[in-house]
Design a protein around this ligand. Structure first.
Ligand SMILES: Nc1ncnc2c1ncn2[C@@H]1O[C@H](COP(=O)(O)OP(=O)(O)O)[C@@H](O)[C@H]1O
Ligand SMILES: [Mg+2]
Length: 359
């Protein structure tokens, strides 16, 4: 089943091509739309809502043509805009009831649905306070609640984690996942952060400069590799357990690398190529011989951000290339993800810095 379909969709403003012959099919579930600032994400959402005309090509949402059925689409779809758009002097309850009424719900149903959705987004206690006094996280939740209140089949969430700290971001991503798992609503969620959607989304679409770079299921993006990540404890005898393990493995003819991926725990993880089952046994025996504790031994998955690292960098790390990303993807991603290539903190590493607007 196709929820969103676009066919050679282009949107040109006088001075910029916001979308460039975009063709894609999106099914039910949670889909991430990822791209640097200026990539065309918000433009695409406005077109899909039937609010902005296309220059060329076609798009359909829930089988309805965006050019002719905008009203019907907006009845069935919820929309959480990117920018702050909330009236400061009314409470969350008043605002969300108003939006529910605008969507055609009768007064009693509007009040009931408002209470339910505000509870779902975790705003129940504060629901009678004026929105003006809310934190950014609370405002994002009000925006999410009004997108859900009329019980849509599909929601478009435009950068819902903007302005949130890491904890707030995780909470919001958890809420978004539950919009689908608890209510069966399909979700299209945008982000300029490559990495943050991989735990939340079933499918990820990456656009750059209005062009489609890649559309695939999250598991295809993050295929397991033959790389084994091993983490051990330190002991009195071996205060640097990781170093001792690396040396012992090298003594047994196993080549190892450090986890230089800029990921949490980097430096405490030893990576090695697991050619066969025997490698697992060998690691277990070596760890036992050293008298260390084995914290973790797992097949490594790619992170989405790694898929967009440059070829040279992949080569330098000795990592196998991920999931068949093409050179042009790497090139395009390199241009758009200067920050992603830097192996800093996870969040910073995943930030698709410097979009077209910034270039
Ligand atoms: N109304 C508009 N008029 C002219 N240019 C626009 C308009 N809206 C967006 N753009 C341009 O289109 C491009 C895509 O913008 P947008 O869809 O907002 O990107 P994103 O949401 O991915 O950050 C940008 O270069 C932006 O400056
Ligand atoms: Mg945007």
């Amino acid at each position: 089943m196709t929820v969103i379909a676009t066919e050679s969709l282009s949107k040109r403003y006088p001075r910029v091509t916001a979308l460039d012959r975009l063709s894609m099919d999106i099914g039910p579930g949670v889909t991430g739309l990822v791209g640097a600032n200026g990539a065309g994400k918000s433009t695409l959402i406005k077109i899909l809502l039937g609010l902005s005309p296309t220059t060329e090509g076609r798009a359909a949402v829930l089988g309805l043509d965006v050019a002719t059925s905008g009203g019907e689409i907006r009845e069935r779809v919820g929309y959480m805009p990117e920018h702050d758009c909330l009236p400061p002097d009314v409470s969350a309850t008043e605002f969300v009831v108003h939006m529910a009424r605008m969507s055609g719900l009768p007064p009693a149903a509007a009040r009931e649905r408002t209470a339910d959705t505000l509870r779902h987004v975790g705003l129940y206690e504060e629901r009678y306070r004026p929105i003006g006094g809310y934190s950014t996280g609370m405002k994002q939740r009000v925006k999410l609640a009004q997108a859900l209140v009329h019980d849509p089949q599909l929601v478009f969430l435009d950068e819902p984690t903007n302005g949130l700290d890491p904890v707030g971001r995780d909470e919001m991503l958890g809420l978004i996942r539950r919009v689908h798992t608890d209510f069966g609503i399909s979700v299209l969620v945008t982000s300029h952060l490559l990495g943050e959607l991989e735990r939340t989304c079933d499918h990820v679409v990456v656009i750059d400069g209005g062009k489609l770079l890649r559309s695939s299921s999250t598991t295809d993006f993050t295929q397991t590799t033959t790389t084994l990540a091993v983490e051990v404890t330190d002991s009195d005898e071996h205060p640097d357990g990781t170093g001792a393990l690396r040396k012992a493995l090298q003594g047994r003819g196993v080549a190892t690398q450090d986890d230089g991926g800029g990921l949490p725990g980097a430096g405490h993880t030893v990576l090695l190529e697991a050619e066969s089952e025997e490698t697992y046994d060998l690691v277990r025996d070596v760890v036992a011989d050293l008298g260390l504790g084995l914290v973790r031994m797992e097949q490594r998955r790619h992170h989405i951000a790694e898929v967009f690292r440059s070829n040279d960098e992949q080569g330098a790390q000795g990592e196998p290339d991920a999931g068949g990303a093409t050179a042009s993807e790497h090139a395009a991603a390199r241009a758009g993800t200067a920050a992603a290539a830097e192996k800093t903190q996870t969040a910073a590493a995943e930030q698709m810095g410097g979009g077209r607007d910034a270039r």
